[in-house]
Design a protein around this ligand. Structure first.
Ligand SMILES: [Zn+2]
Length: 303
């Protein structure tokens, strides 16, 4: 089972007890759906548990007649996809009225209490979220139906202490996190504490693995001198980001800085290979040194 399926399974097992939270959960699912107002399709997901939970809650709380279909995608070895939808037009319109879906933004009336904000975000992640296997990459994302919603979600998340960024994929905004600790904290906040712990365990393992690698890499004294610790690089890049932004670095350095931010554990050789087009190890080293110099000039402190 994928890591994302495990996370969603853990979230589905916890039921929302208060009525205010159940409303907020369902509000997220309907409000953030890209197609519900259009054709009654609420969500399409590979997660059977999530599909069932959404359908069950909608039926239980709103008395709606909800259907689920399971289809194969025409891709080899692809898991089944479940579509949750409401066929009856009147019922669809009734739900749209009840949850004021004609308004573009997120209605604060459903999010009056902190418990409801949490339930809303749980709905958003369960229906429209993904998290990548932390062994591969630290990445968590949630889709939004439009820029207004995406912006308001970002502010909501910020208030709860989570700093998502927004990008676009196939015309739709995506909110995402790349920081392992933020991802783990967010999953804990949603109620998937076990999965969050798994991320931190894997992070520790990766760090140990990296330290071993680094030791091997740093055998030569002269290499030692030129290699800045990744932590120093990260600190300097974050500092630059906060003081004037990375675009001031120029395209070449900015690209590398962002790559480093997204790949905290990568070695310089790995970073060099990831660049498009790839460059030499020494070019990456030279560029990182330059970034650090610029940060220090601007007032960043190394350890
Ligand atoms: Zn509540």
């Amino acid at each position: 089972m994928s890591f994302c399926q495990t996370v969603k399974g853990e979230l589905c097992r916890k039921t929302l007890k208060k009525e205010c939270c159940q409303q907020a959960f369902l509000y997220a699912v309907l409000r953030l759906s890209r197609s519900f107002l259009w054709d009654g399709t609420i969500v399409t997901t590979e997660n059977r548990g999530a599909a069932q939970k959404i359908a069950r809650d909608l039926a239980g709380v709103c008395g709606a007649f909800v259907s689920i279909s399971a289809d194969y995608r025409y891709v080899k070895d692809h898991p089944l996809v479940y579509t949750v939808f409401i066929e009856d037009t009147e019922e669809k319109e009734e739900l749209a009225r009840r949850f004021s879906l004609q308004n573009e933004g997120i209605a604060s009336s459903f999010l009056a209490k902190e418990c409801c904000v949490q339930a809303f975000l749980k709905g958003a992640f369960l229906a429209f979220g993904q998290v990548t296997d932390p062994e591969k990459e630290y990445h968590l994302e949630m889709g939004a139906p439009g820029d207004v919603c995406a912006g308001e979600m970002c502010r909501l998340l910020e208030k709860a202490g989570f700093f998502f960024k927004i990008s676009n994929r196939k015309r739709f905004p995506i909110l995402y996190l790349k920081d392992s600790e933020q991802i783990a904290d967010f999953l804990t906040y949603l109620g998937a504490a076990k999965a969050a712990m798994q991320i931190m365990d894997i992070k520790v393992l990766k760090t140990v693995r990296n330290q071993l690698n680094r030791q091997v890499n740093c055998e030569t004294a002269n290499l030692k001198k030129t290699t800045f610790a990744a932590a120093d690089q990260m600190r300097c890049i974050r500092y630059l980001e906060a003081h004037g932004g990375l675009s001031a670095l120029g395209k070449e350095l900015e690209t590398l800085a962002r790559l480093r931010l997204e790949n905290e554990d990568a070695s310089l050789r790995e970073l060099a290979a990831m660049l498009d087009p790839p460059v030499s190890y020494s070019a990456v080293n030279r560029r990182l040194k330059k970034i650090i110099e610029m940060a220090v000039q601007k007032g960043a402190k190394l350890r």
